[in-house]
Design a binder for this molecule. Sequence first.
Ligand code: PLP
Length: 402
Amino acid sequence: MASIMKRFWWERDDLEYRNGRLHLGEQDLAHFIESSGTPTFAYRGPRFVENLNRIHDALNRQEVSHRIHYAMKANRYPPLLTYARLMGKCGIDVCSPNELLLARQMGFKEHEIIYTGTSVSNQDLEIIARHPKVHVNCDAISTIRRLGERCPGREIGIRINPQLSASYVSYLSYGGEKATKFGIYPDRFEEALAVAEEYQLKITMLHVHSGAGYLNKHLPLFEQILEKMSTYLDQCPQIKQVDIGGGLGVPMIEEDNLLDLDRWATIVANFANPRGLEILLEPGDYLVKDTAVLLVEVNSVEEKGGTCFVGVNAGFSITNLPAYYDYPLIVSPVFYDSTVPLKTVTIAGHINEGLDVLAEDVVLPELKEGDYLAMMNVGGYSTSNSSNHCMRGDFSEYLFIE
Ligand SMILES: Cc1ncc(COP(=O)(O)O)c(C=O)c1O
């Protein structure tokens, strides 16, 4: 007889076990996998909208005039992009010509697109020039000059390097003691303004990307980053739009707390409202991270050197979150039999490299070959970073609309 299962910290109304069977929205994943096969990413579209609405609602409660542009670099699955466009509650942020063209193909209009790229080439600029209504944030004086040569008089934004970063790991820093490639530093801001003026470029927006995966403990840093923008705004009183980038975090481990959006929105309001600013945001991961699960099959279970390795038919070629970003993946069986004894295991991928470990020391009911596992929080920066390493790049994707 099945024993009563405790609810895991990551379960929620639309991602939970029902009679031991993991469901995403209305979909029973144990049933779904029979037709989809593995490895498969399953996304729940409405979760994207719920995540988006949570941000809108928090900013609306603080009466912050704002627009949200989803950062496509986090996930560019075409059905999800069109779904997002049809829901009509966000624009899109792109960082390369191909992302720009994909945004257009998926239904976003030019004026709904923000382009914030780095190391921008002349070829990139030619494509940007063909889309005059796309808003461009320039992150280098060189970009301002070369865009000015092609599109004199165009409205632009200038990306500032805040010399601070609210990031969950230091190596994802966008600004700190060590110089980064992003944005313009204070010592060259006046030069940037002068180059823009030379080409009659109208600076309508300042941009700052605040970090990656920031949660409550990072909010004081986030506040300092916004305060830094004030110095620049004082020099350019005509600017009434500030793009505060992305970086909002989602809990990855049980000890993480949900980002307190009311506290966050109060910080934004204290910065924006007295100055009469419109705030733009480019969240990526916050919107998509928890929309998706990756379904995989167990192909081997074997003790090696005192560790029980569970080999699966996926690897860092399709989700490099643990290997590259140090994101801990949440792993759980698609069918959870709580009568089976628990065992501590390491989930290993099928790429021939030592760093292809998907999860270490996880406690799961004893697994056998042919079992199915779900990996949670894989909606952002998995498929968009995928490769064909070891020619193991294949996966399928499904969008659930309930
Ligand atoms: C300029 C810019 N905007 C938005 C994002 C999206 O960040 P996140 O997915 O952490 O919200 C990034 C991420 O690298 C970025 O560089």
